[in-house]
Design a protein around this ligand. Structure first.
Ligand SMILES: [Zn+2]
Length: 166
């Protein structure tokens, strides 16, 4: 296993649209091991999308157990070809991104979602989740369409913040 290099803005790969995963084979399994190890290697990192490590496939991993503060969660989630079917209870929340290490931003996100996805065997599943986990899934799913939180800020002068440390 190895920790993969995380691309940072303005790397053009981050602006590309990722492709659906079709082959659920051993190469996917090998990639997922490295991908999850990469996610877990970053302190407080709760989610990662495959394009952030230069792999333009529709794969995200979420691990709210790594959050700075405790939140309700489903443990480690690997969502392949995720599709958000329902979104409600929108709120303005602060978010960060491993690919934009110097900033955080206020972004509007649904606090309740239903997401359809495939697991690593290719089986179709559905998950309903709320709060921080729902928020993280939306952020990571955006990456699969080349969307960064910078694209979701309405007024940068009041909604974009430089991180104090790191
Ligand atoms: Zn991100």
């Amino acid at each position: 296993m190895s920790i993969l290099n995380v691309l940072e803005y303005p790397d053009p790969i981050l602006k590309q649209v990722s492709e659906e995963v079709i082959n659920f084979d051993s190469s996917l399994e090998i990639f997922l091991k490295d991908f999850i190890e990469t996610l877990n290697s970053h302190k407080y990192c709760v989610g990662l999308a495959a394009p952030q490590v230069g792999n333009l496939q529709r794969i995200i991993a979420i691990n709210i157990l790594q959050a700075r503060k405790p939140h309700p969660n489903n443990g480690l989630l690997v969502l392949i070809n995720p599709k958000i079917l329902e979104a409600s209870n929108f709120k303005i929340v602060r978010e960060g991104c491993l690919s934009i290490p110097d900033f955080t931003a206020n972004v509007k996100r649904a606090m309740k979602i239903k997401v359809k996805f495939q697991n690593l065997k290719g089986e179709t599943k559905e998950l309903e989740t709320t709060d921080f986990e729902a928020h993280a899934i939306q952020h990571e799913t955006d990456h699969l369409d080349g969307i960064l939180f910078l694209d979701r800020i309405t007024l940068p002068s009041s909604n974009l913040f430089r991180r104090k440390q790191f």
